[in-house]
Design a protein around this ligand. Sequence first.
Ligand code: BT5
Length: 248
Amino acid sequence: MSHDTFGEPLQHYELVGSTNEVAIKWAREDAPHGAVVTAESQTHGRGRRGRSWSSPAGKGLYLSLVLRPDLAPAHVPQLTILAALAVARTVEQFSGLQADTKWPNDVLLNGRKIAGVLCEAEWKDGRLGFAVVGIGLNVNFRAEDLPERVLFPATSLLIETREHRLISEVKPVLLAQTEQLYSLFTNGGWDELRAEYSRRCASIGQPVTVVNEASEYSGVARGIDESGLLIVQTTDGVRSVIAGDVKF
Ligand code: BT5
């Protein structure tokens, strides 16, 4: 098998704090491109901006992938778009239902959040040293397993399809989808990937409110730009959103 196969090498744990944390430590040492960390459950699964990701055993897929692309800092958000699209395709494959994206890092099924992506990067001499792409996908969560207070209504494959899936059956499909999109990405396929993400993106064409540490503003989401940022048309002009939560 090629050295770049996603999921080789693989570290699998019964219980960790956060698979992203483990993968970052491993990447600082010697984890190669394509290395993956998975866990049955996480005690401190993390979301963006210090939020937490609910990670009970047997209910979800908790996976972190080490990537070492030659990427300028401005283009790192593209990796979140790529991963969200791979998750959407995977969810679609298992549910037979159309999965949507919600910029930047959410995947929705029937309008509810079924998965989230957390991309964390480290730099070396102005270039990307490595990125760890963390994915949490709700597989067998029942309604009562979902966190009580969520930013956005949540769901799972089980809730939407009434079918249990083995996590071990979902994992290889997600890795294969990610690997396939990554190969497209490195072969000049960013525009194609961006177009599919945008087609699926629930907020494009909608009035949105963007909230981040620095500001809050409203406008109409128009699309995804070259770097993977959300283009929002406000009354003051067009803005590209680097980070934030989008309400619509
Ligand atoms: C995310 O953050 O959606 C990124 C989640 C990434 C989790 C994976 S699991 C494997 C890897 N290792 C880690 O430690 N993390 C990654 P954000 O957009 O900030 O959303 C977080 C918010 O989603 C929380 O504040 C809750 O409101 C909600 N939430 C928490 N757990 C959830 C779940 N299982 N399903 C749906 N929503 C959830």
